[in-house]
Design a protein around this ligand. Structure first.
Ligand code: UDP
Length: 254
């Protein structure tokens, strides 16, 4: 078997060259970071759970004709995805106020927004991923107007789909962050969803009690992050068998 090449290592994932041209292997690490990596730890099994959850959400999106980079899960920590040129913009969709929206414009956490709010951030660690306008993106040539329109259209569709999925699992989708890439299918270029959808990249609260089951548990020391992510996986019916006895044997998720 040809030796695979590491193409990129990020805070929570590693990308390797895939077995066929046009494919990439996405490896989910256990590292958890927050506040632009100022806070960092390793959480046993986080990568395993995010791999499953991202597979679950992206497969569901494919079923409703939203194109994603996901091809198939390879093993507990890796999935095969389509090679794309990543667009360096994070699209955040919010249904309720939380996180930076509260600190930036003073809304109380949990305030229901009159309609979903879409925000654009430039992916740039050195600058701390600043909020940008469409004009900034055009001026910096980070995406074309067409690509941006497609990204925001898809982000709203993805949010609607996930709000419903979360509701059926007794969870409230407060907000989520999405990334998109340019995918060449041999004839046309498409804008498709890349990266991951997991409790690392969205906020999920219990629908009735408001208990948090996402990365805020780590950001604000609210308890065990693996317990929270396992509860999310359990509610969506994708908790891996190997994680069932996790409490007695944490190494099961390694
Ligand atoms: N988010 C993310 N990666 C980032 C920044 C934000 O996945 O680099 C997610 C975050 O988990 C939340 C949503 O995007 O679900 C909105 O995040 P916010 O702007 O409130 O930033 P925060 O205050 O959480 O850093």
């Amino acid at each position: 078997m040809a030796k695979r090449k590491k193409l990129y290592e990020g805070k929570a994932k590693i990308l390797y060259s895939g077995p066929k041209k046009g494919t990439i292997i996405q490896y989910f690490k256990d590292d958890a970071t927050a506040f632009n990596a100022q806070k960092h730890t390793v959480i046993d099994g986080k990568g395993v759970l995010n791999n499953r959850l991202s597979e679950f959400f992206m497969s569901g999106l494919e079923e409703v004709d939203v194109k994603t980079h996901f091809i198939k899960r390879l093993n507990v920590r890796e999935q095969l995805v389509k090679f794309c040129i990543a667009i360096p913009i994070e699209v955040v969709v919010r249904n309720y106020a939380a996180g930076s929206l509260c600190t930036r414009i003073g809304l109380k956490e949990g305030t229901k927004l009159k309609r979903p709010l879409t925000e654009l951030y430039l992916k740039n660690d050195e600058l701390g991923d600043p909020l940008v306008t469409e004009d900034h993106i055009m001026a910096g040539n980070w995406a074309s107007q067409f690509q941006l329109d497609e990204m925001t259209y898809l982000a709203v569709r993805i949010n609607d789909f996930l709000v419903g999925m979360a509701y059926s699992a007794g969870l409230r989708l407060v907000d989520l962050k999405l990334e998109f890439g340019r995918y060449w299918d041999g004839e046309y270029e498409d804008i498709i969803l890349i990266d991951e959808i997991s409790p690392d990249s969205c906020r999920l609260w219990d629908f009735d009690t408001g208990q948090k089951f996402d990365k805020d548990v780590f950001r604000h020391n609210l308890g065990s992050l693996s317990e929270a992510y396992m509860e999310v996986a359990r509610r969506f019916g994708v908790l891996p068998v190997e994680a069932q006895d996790y409490k007695n044997n944490p190494k099961l998720l390694n």
